[in-house]
Design a protein around this ligand. Structure first.
Ligand code: EPU
Length: 423
């Protein structure tokens, strides 16, 4: 059976909705828990497909795991394998976070090259450079990342760009390497800071996360920790954009407003009323928008993961917006789907030129990747008529109960199972 989302557009959203725990934080923190000599309890883990896959990998490696009510208990003491299978590792990007962890535990890791959304080339040269700088020998053999090291020593890692994945992998390598490691030009995303906080709560020495240089003094014995994952920055942003697109007055709770400043500023520029305090963000919209220009960047810049949902919103703004994607070259493929709904969009190199139309028209469209799926949901909420979105499995990889959450705000949205005639 396959699934699609059916959205009856143009319903007003109103009320309160809570943000789930961060996907990209959880998928880094869960592998890190294997480095401890005792169990960890991690709360606010989103119940999404990517988390289920990583849990299956942990079990396959020998860990004892219990996941219920968004709380994950992991006992790593029985882990006895260093080679997760392709069938699991190939399903998600973050599977390669297991490589530095297993290298630290067994002096050897064999991890199939990561899968994940097809949004660009996504090379891993910076991860390999980081691990090699600390003394590992890393090869890719037959689609498998093979890392070995008798001894790892801290050192200076200079990343060519502030890559999230390479920063995570360098941090996870550094905690097992003796002495001081400095990761220069590190990514600064909230999930990097969250991983650093989790490692610190396990007893690691990690300073500077959230700045350009992260310093880690490795080689300490790490212990299990009780930890709560940060709210999901991208889910928060997606809900804010959905609220702007179809809402009157929506309160998003359990959020961290400071993580959302680049989006809040853009929404304000578009004429949306955004207010926040403590752990909530209130979005009030009259659904009349000014066109704006947006350029994606690493944190604290405008996140590439919100480019697609915001582009969907810009299709009905007054005037012409220019959206420039600097991180992933294939993150404009979903524009073809928006065109089916009546959007006036063209691309020139890495920019999308979006000229606002009066309204979108409900259509049959596909989620071409996770955030493209979120964009189609935003478009469906605004459109006149019915929108059916295929490729729902992409959306469920990263958004916990997105249909239920939107329904609780008044959206008319259904999850429909159907037989694929081609199967
Ligand atoms: N890059 C390289 N070499 C490397 C690593 C990265 O050239 O070794 C380039 C990439 O091609 C890209 C840029 O550097 O142009 C940034 O890539 P980054 O490594 O930061 O991305 P990632 O780690 O693969 C994570 C998130 C993505 C998110 C990006 C950017 C996870 C599991 N994934 O990917 O999340 O888009 O950072 O913020 O954390 C999503 O959640 O939908 C998603 C795709």
């Amino acid at each position: 059976m396959k699934e699609k989302l059916r959205i009856y557009g143009n319903e007003r959203l109103e009320g309160e909705v809570a943000v789930s725990g961060g996907k990209n934080a959880a998928v880094a923190i869960i592998p890190a828990a294997l480095l401890a000599d005792s169990p960890s309890t991690i709360e606010n883990i989103p119940d999404i497909n990517d988390v289920h896959v990583i849990i299956e990998m942990l079990k396959w490696l020998g860990a004892h795991v219990d996941f219920r009510d968004n709380t994950l208990w992991v006992d790593p003491r029985t882990v006895d394998k260093f080679n997760p299978p392709y069938e699991l590792a190939g399903k998600m990007r973050a599977s390669y976070y297991l490589a530095p962890v297993l290298l630290g535990l067994f002096h050897r890791a064999e991890v199939p090259l990561p899968g994940g959304c097809d949004i660009g080339a996504r090379p891993i040269d910076q991860t390999i450079k980081g691990m090699c700088t600390l003394g590992a020998k890393v090869e890719t053999l037959g689609g498998v990342l093979v890392a070995t090291a008798d001894e790892m020593l801290g050192g200076d890692i200079f990343l060519d760009m502030p890559s999230v994945g390479a920063t995570v992998n360098s941090m996870l390598t550094a905690v097992s390497a003796s002495g001081l490691t400095c990761i220069h030009n590190a990514a600064k995303e909230p999930h990097i800071v969250d991983l650093a906080n989790f490692l610190s709560s396990m007893g690691a020495y990690v300073k500077g996360a959230g700045t350009d240089v992260i310093r880690i003094r490795g080689g300490r014995q790490l212990h299990g920790a009780n930890y709560t994952v940060v709210p999901d920055q991208i889910e928060t942003g997606t809900l804010m954009i959905a609220a702007a697109a179809a809402g009157d007055d929506v309160l998003i709770t359990g959020a961290i407003p400071t993580h959302m400043e680049s989006l809040s500023a853009k929404l304000l520029e578009m004429g949306v009323n955004v207010a926040s305090e403590d752990d909530w963000i209130r979005v009030r919209s009259n659904r009349v928008f000014r066109a704006v220009n947006v350029k994606t960047q690493g944190y604290p810049g405008f996140p590439t993961d919100l480019q697609q949902p915001l582009s969907a919103l810009l299709t009905v703004a007054n005037g012409t917006s220019i959206v420039t994607e600097t991180i992933f070259e294939s993150r404009f493929r979903f524009l073809d789907e928006l065109r089916k709904m009546g959007a006036n969009v063209r691309t020139i190199e890495s920019s999308a030129i979006i000229t606002g139309v009066n309204h979108l028209v409900g259509s049959r469209v596909n989620a071409t990747d996770l955030r493209a799926g979120a964009a189609m949901v935003v478009a469906g909420l605004m459109a006149e008529g019915v929108t059916e979105i295929g490729g729902v499995s992409y959306i469920l990889r990263g958004y916990e109960r997105i249909d239920e959450k939107l329904k609780s705000l008044g959206a008319h949205i259904e999850r429909i199972q159907y037989e694929d005639p081609l199967l």
